[in-house]
Design a protein. Structure first.
Length: 402
């Protein structure tokens, strides 16, 4: 390549009329430069110095390059097109960084374990940063995410793509997918901070997209259990899993949050149930809203709890057996022959309660809602009054259970 002459040009309309153009290919910053001088002599001296610099740098840069290296560099510059030469260096530096991260990466399984062992960061009153164990509720969801990502566990963290994660979430409900994505995103952020991955494949937009899917059916009717399905579920529990009767009855007839991973019912014990006063006291430490509330029990709920206590248990300890509860509940629903949707028991309570009792404030109090907007948004399924009356008449005696 011929070395440019950098010939000075006179521009009479400028305070410093003599200009030397440095093309982008030869400028140190990778972009075209223009230098202005008061006299032609100053411009000529600068042009001479630049010519010497370019010739020297050209010799130094190419002296140690093989023919194939020079050809590859020329091909790379052709691919860059109109981009400044500095761009090639930026691309190579980024490639080198990614290569180093890939070499230092670890399998997803190992990163999960390291993240869990590290815990969460808190700041003490003194200002010191402390690392403490994760809360049990967070660890529970974290373990579900870890289990769901098992097919990817042996892949290097830096190699896992968004498409692979999406494949693992195929068929999951939007709420379940969002929970898993949030846990996985936290693991990747930890990995990036530790130099085990270059970027997080789980973006906020990806999570928000799942939320949009979850909200797409807001105008549709909220799924609830029919009268027959409610009866089938309770009969199946009485015959095959009696230890689930309190959990099912309290979710169906009191509307207490039933989520088996972090719901209110799995945190409750029998000391919170006042049978003689027909009320359930949900303390702030159990309530999702972190505010204590009182749930007034209907007579059929009292009947179900008394039936359970008379036949199978004592009013002490946890409301529901925690060990293996998710698999046991799955087996029970299958035995009952019903299709189970997220929070369907709580939805059933809200819909049947509003139709039968027509008491908005009491329904809001029982369910722990701060306002009516949430109630009408999620529990608005129209239920005929005759059907609602049947719902509140479902008792052990009515089902022939003695």
């Amino acid at each position: 390549m011929r070395t440019p002459q950098f010939t000075p040009m006179e521009m009479k309309d400028r305070p410093c009329p003599w200009c030397v153009n440095i093309p982008a290919a030869y400028a140190q910053g990778g972009r075209r430069e223009r230098k202005f001088f008061n006299t032609k002599r100053e411009a000529l001296d600068y042009a001479k110095d630049e010519k010497i610099r370019v010739e020297r740098e050209g010799r130094d840069a190419t002296a140690t390059l093989s023919v194939s290296q020079r050809d590859a560099a020329a091909a790379a510059f052709r691919l860059l097109g109109d981009q400044p030469p500095q761009r090639l260096l930026e691309i190579v530096e980024e490639w080198s960084r990614l290569r180093k991260v890939a070499a230092a990466s670890a399998p997803l399984r190992e990163v999960f374990d390291r993240y869990e062992a590290r815990g969460r960061k808190v700041r003490a009153r003194s200002g010191a940063v402390l690392w403490v164990p994760f809360r049990p509720s967070y660890l529970q969801q974290f373990k579900y995410a870890k289990r769901h990502a098992e097919p990817l566990a042996d892949l290097m963290l830096s190699d896992i793509t968004a498409a692979q994660i999406e494949t693992q979430l195929a068929g999951c409900s939007p709420a379940y997918a969002i929970a898993n994505l949030r846990s996985l995103r936290a693991v990747f952020e930890y990995g990036i901070a530790e130099g085990l991955a270059a970027k997080n494949p789980i973006t906020k937009k990806m999570i928000e997209g799942k939320g949009a899917v979850a909200g797409a059916d807001d105008d549709a009717e909220t799924p609830i259990l029919t009268i027959d399905e409610t009866r089938q579920l309770l009969v199946a529990a009485a015959e095959a899993a009696p230890y689930f009767i309190p959990y099912i009855a309290l979710s169906l007839f009191a509307g207490i949050r039933p989520d088996l991973t972090n719901g209110e019912l799995i945190k409750m014990d029998w000391s919170m149930i006042r049978m003689d006063e027909k009320m359930v006291i949900i303390p702030a430490k159990v309530s999702k809203t972190r505010a204590q509330r009182i749930v007034h029990m209907e007579q059929n709920l009292v009947d179900w709890l008394r039936y359970y206590l008379a036949k199978h248990g004592k009013a002490e300890g946890q409301i529901i057996p925690l060990e293996g509860r998710i698999n046991r509940m799955r087996i029970l629903r299958k035995a009952a022959g019903i299709e189970w949707k997220q929070d369907v028991a709580r939805h059933s309570f809200g819909s049947y309660f509003m139709s039968h009792f027509e008491n908005l404030s009491r329904c809001m109090e029982n369910m722990g809602h701060q306002g009516s907007t949430m109630l009408f948004k999620h529990y608005k399924t129209a239920v005929p009054k005759t059907e609602a009356a049947k719902y509140w008449q479902i008792t052990p005696e009515a089902l022939g259970l003695t």
